[in-house]
Design a protein around this ligand. Structure first.
Ligand code: DX5
Ligand code: ZN
Length: 218
């Protein structure tokens, strides 16, 4: 059994973005996680379409966009046109979640729904079969380098149990405070995709750290 490792670019050195992406291209990482923030849903602003356009050209890894923005439905086709493969929206920003999920799928992208730390996984039970992924935020969204919230573990366990009971293929993704220790815990709890920012980019040797993380499963 293996898992999918998605480094979050938010922790990269933005003055050397091309080098950072090339480093990831040559690493054992599986995908590139892009955190999109609007300063409204979360108290921070990150990158947008001008950057994504170039990242798509230089990344050899598939791009995932984690939208921490209000009214994500306004931008679905633009993210698709900019080469995003999986689009993840927040449950807390979508009044008509089923409609938005359907629109994302119809646009040809895979769809994920993210849950803030305080949002119980049970709110997704009825829509679970439509989702490619559920992203459990294990920190409050908006910033990299925060401490992992321990009760995320029980959320991942509960969610995985429901997915298994329903015999679904929905994957569980965990984002926030992931390092070697918490990665192990989350994989044991049932996660298949792990997002890691600071533990990779702030490591002395990021490529080595990625390799180390990828090998914990064995
Ligand atoms: C939090 C973001 C995360 C963050 C992860 O808002 O969604 O993707 O960049 O960074 P670390 O791994 O440092 O918690
Ligand atoms: Zn993220």
């Amino acid at each position: 059994m293996s898992f999918i490792l998605a480094p979050s670019l938010l922790s990269a050195n933005f003055l050397r973005l091309e080098e950072e992406v090339e480093m990831l291209n040559s690493s054992m990482s599986d995908r590139l996680h892009l955190d999109i923030m609007d300063g409204v849903f979360v108290p921070n602003i990150s990158i947008g379409f001008p950057q994504i356009k170039y990242l798509f050209k230089i990344s050899t890894k598939p791009l995932d966009a984690h939208l921490m923005i209000v009214e994500p439905q306004k931008f679905i086709n633009r993210f698709r046109d900019f080469g995003i493969q999986t689009l993840t929206v927040h449950y807390e920003t979508c009044i008509h979640l089923h409609r938005i999920v359907t629109q994302i799928k119809e646009s040809g992208m895979r769809v994920g729904v993210a849950l803030n730390p305080h949002t119980p996984i049970e709110v997704l039970i009825d829509i679970l079969e439509y989702l490619d992924r559920v992203l459990i935020l294990s920190v409050n969204p908006g910033f990299e380098g925060q401490k992992f919230i321990p009760y995320s573990c029980s959320k991942v366990c509960r969610l995985k149990k429901i997915i298994n009971q329903k015999k679904l293929k929905t994957l569980v993704e965990v984002d926030g405070g992931i390092d070697i220790g918490t990665a192990k815990m989350m994989l044991e709890a049932g996660a298949t995709i792990l997002v890691a920012g600071s533990s990779i980019f702030k490591a002395k040797y990021p490529i080595k750290m990625i390799k180390q993380m990828k090998s914990i499963i064995n």
